[in-house]
Design a binder for this molecule. Structure first.
Ligand code: FES
Length: 195
């Protein structure tokens, strides 16, 4: 009969099958989800090239000369060179760029610069507003939401307002073609995430 009492071997087989299914839905599923996470939303990665936020996906990468010396920040996104995807799927991916005389930078900050250009997360570490203002006379980044201020020449450290942490730097290098390229991921968590 097909409805015969289930033998121990059959029970083990069903348990094993169930366990395999759970494993796939748990761990295998997680791995699959991670591998297919949208490239647009992934944080900037080493080898990405930087493009302006108003540039189209086919725009050439920014070069140091595109960033005016000691002028207000330029907003940018990272672009995955393999797929050509601009990582604009999360506002936490937004980057700000500034260019300075390298001699005005402290040693740690200089190590993250390329052609005098510095990159930082553009997301305030207080409540995640864009750090969109620049105090020219002091050379300080200013967040308009609650007044946090950051010193880009000193690694993005907080110099005023309620922000609890510095703006995470994004170390840069120059590509073989002279474009601005990401050397390492953000140094520290962006936004209000714990460092
Ligand atoms: S979000 Fe920037 S100071 Fe509050």
């Amino acid at each position: 009969m097909t409805d015969a009492v289930m033998q121990p071997k059959d029970v083990r087989t069903r348990r094993e099958t169930l366990g395999l299914g759970l494993a796939l839905s748990c761990c295998g599923g997680t791995a699959w989800a991670q591998s297919t996470a949208p490239v647009r939303s992934q944080r900037p990665a080493a080898g990405d090239l930087l493009v302006g936020t108003k540039a189209g996906p086919d725009a050439a990468p920014l070069r140091p000369d595109d960033i005016v010396l000691a002028a207000p920040q330029v907003m940018a996104w990272a672009k995955d060179p393999a797929s050509g995807t601009v990582r604009d799927g999360s506002r936490l991916n937004q980057i700000l760029l500034l260019r300075f005389d390298p001699e005005s930078l402290d040693a740690e900050t200089l190590a993250h610069a390329a052609g005098g250009v510095l990159a930082f997360s553009a997301t305030c570490t207080h409540a995640q507003c864009p750090v969109s203002e620049w105090r020219q006379e002091a050379g300080i980044l200013h967040c308009p939401c609650h007044g946090s201020e950051f010193d880009p020449r000193a690694g993005g450290k907080v110099v005023g307002g309620p922000a609890p942490r510095r703006l995470p730097p994004l170390p840069l290098r120059l590509s073989a073609e002279g474009g601005l390229e990401v050397a390492q991921p953000f140094v520290g968590k962006v936004g209000v995430q714990a460092a």
